[in-house]
Design a protein around this ligand. Structure first.
Ligand code: HSE
Length: 437
């Protein structure tokens, strides 16, 4: 059989990794795909040829639009990243009847609905395994492996940089800024590291996972996003003393009223496997009604782990080249005309438990005032700790874990607590999930 001809856009970290792995494992990959896969042309502006040995044997264009117009190419791999010109290039490739493989989570989360509609019209595939959790085949697992299930919820550590920061803060007592600088030097952080620490990168990935899990259109703009930049060392310590770890989680849950879609720091019991996923590693816990909880773990970033997912998609697309478009796996797991209009819930409607920390005057009756406000709001306290005042101090830290409550109620209670004369400053609130099966 004739080799399949592939055009590669982008020769940065992932592009270079993809080129290297395809060359290194060419024979093994061809045995799986049923034919040889050849990158015959690439497009890149800035790249270091030393990191892509063998690239001198193919043509590298300056203009990526010329690449997507090349009639010889069957599949285009988009590893440029960002929204534009990636969107225009992918749409042009589709218009030209080419299949597309991309690692671009931002592109899929924001423009996926438009891109998939165009691909469906043209009868081509847009594959995006590498867009979520790097080398972990989580898209394949949710879209195909769990196809028998009603997926109830999923929760993931889907940003390696953020997880590295939180792990180092807990294990080594290091400061936020110091660890972030190291993650940037290691090449894990996004070009704009606020995407990592403010949860935008995780929200892109969660948007995609939720659509696959529940069969809803991609709705990045409705995903609640809160970062880790305000997490303090003392909260990491208190959480540990109470048997919890703080992780930056993306959580999607289907409820009778709608879908919860939220990225925020979260206390989770330290005995859960996912609580022990440290450093730059990623993990996604998925709860299906038939299978129960399943956990997927691995490298969520990096050149060759991400290349592993990109090439798996190229193999999938190659195998499906001769399949009728309507018999291919749908982009969002469900048939396009079967997507549901289940609403995405606002954060005030989300139901979750909380860790609260407040600085209280060390005087009689303060605890009663605080618990009174929580009790009046119907919020039940699960555990509580009061720290002794430091030498010379007249205030103490009060730490409380609550049972689940609607966020709206918790917001109102926190507002009242903050108006108490005996409470100094703001109440720190971190959401808490048990993640039990
Ligand atoms: N910046 C991302 C991370 C890279 O740290 O996980 C992979 O998407």
């Amino acid at each position: 059989m004739k080799p399949v001809k592939v055009g590669l856009m982008g020769l940065g970290t992932v592009g270079g990794g993809t080129f290297r792995v395809l060359l290194k494992n060419a024979r093994e990959i061809a045995r799986r795909a049923g034919r040889e896969i050849q990158i015959t042309q690439a497009a890149a502006r800035d790249y270091d040829p030393e990191t892509v040995p063998g690239i001198e044997n193919i043509e590298v264009l300056n203009d990526a639009f010329a690449l997507v117009d090349n009639p010889e190419l069957d599949i285009i791999i988009e590893l440029i990243g960002g929204y534009s010109p990636a969107r225009e290039l992918v749409l042009k490739a589709i218009e030209n009847g080419k299949h597309v493989v991309t690692a671009n989570k931002a592109l899929i989360a924001l423009h996926g609905n438009e891109i998939f509609a165009a691909a469906q019209k043209k009868g081509v595939t847009v594959a995006f395994e590498a867009a979520v959790a790097g080398g972990i085949p989580i898209i394949k697992a949710v879209r195909e492996g769990l196809a028998a299930n009603q997926i109830e919820w999923l929760a993931g550590i889907i940003n390696g940089t953020g997880n590295f920061i939180l792990s180092e803060m807990r294990d080594k007592g290091r400061d936020f800024e110091d660890v972030l600088a190291e993650a940037q030097a290691l090449g894990y952080a996004e070009a704009d590291p606020t995407f990592d620490v403010e949860g935008i990168d995780a929200a892109h990935k969660l948007t995609i996972l939720a659509s696959l899990a529940f069969g809803i259109p991609l709705q990045f703009e409705k995903t609640y996003t809160e970062g880790i930049s305000k997490i303090e060392q003392q909260d990491v310590i208190y959480a540990g003393e109470l048997g919890y770890r703080i992780k930056h989680l993306g959580i999607a849950r289907k409820t009778p009223k709608g879908v919860e879609l939220r990225v925020h720091p979260t206390l989770i019991p330290e005995r859960r496997l996912i609580a022990n996923v440290d450093g730059v590693m990623n993990a996604v816990l998925v709860k299906g009604d038939a299978v129960g909880p399943t956990l997927y773990y691995g490298a969520g970033a990096g050149a060759e782990p991400t290349a592993s997912a990109v090439i798996a998609d190229v193999v999938d697309v190659t195998r499906a080249l001769t399949t009728d478009p309507e018999n291919r796996v749908p982009h969002l797991a469900f048939q396009p005309d079967e997507l549901s209009d289940l609403p995405v819930l606002g954060m005030e409607d989300v139901v979750t438990a909380y860790y609260l920390r407040m600085n209280a005057a060390d005087q009689p009756g303060v605890l009663a005032q605080v618990t009174g406000i929580l009790g009046d709001a119907g919020i039940s306290i699960e555990a509580m700790q009061q720290r002794e005042p430091a030498a010379g101090e007249t205030s103490v830290s009060l730490i409380m874990l609550t049972h689940s409550v609607q966020e709206k109620q918790m917001n109102a209670a926190i507002q009242k607590i903050e108006t108490l004369d005996s409470i100094n400053g703001e109440v720190t609130r971190i959401r808490m999930e048990q993640l039990d099966g």
